[in-house]
Design a protein around this ligand. Structure first.
Ligand code: ZN
Length: 89
């Protein structure tokens, strides 16, 4: 028997669902045939997907990636706030 296992050999027409989150807080997802960057619909900033799903990812995996990118962006924003000069007088 020479039956091919279709799950073993992915065709190159895989549609990826790319999930993005911009530093401005905008979140969106888009479907592409590759994991490419996309521009934020709110501020037009270029973002790379924080996770790309070829259809095999569990919701939990996407959700945990979402939580971690949110935490990372939050940390970045806090750093920017810390750097800004504070007038103590
Ligand atoms: Zn944005």
């Amino acid at each position: 028997m020479t039956t091919m296992d279709p799950t073993n050999d992915m065709p190159d027409c895989t549609v990826w669902t790319n999930y993005y989150r911009c530093a401005c807080g905008e979140e969106w997802d888009d479907q592409h045939d590759c994991c490419c960057n996309d521009h934020c619909p709110a501020c037009n900033c270029e973002n790379e997907p924080y996770i790309s799903d070829d259809g095999s990812l569990a919701i939990e995996t996407i959700e945990s990636a979402r939580v971690s990118i949110a935490a990372r962006l939050e940390a970045t924003i806090n750093t920017i706030v810390d750097v800004s000069p504070v007038t103590a007088e």
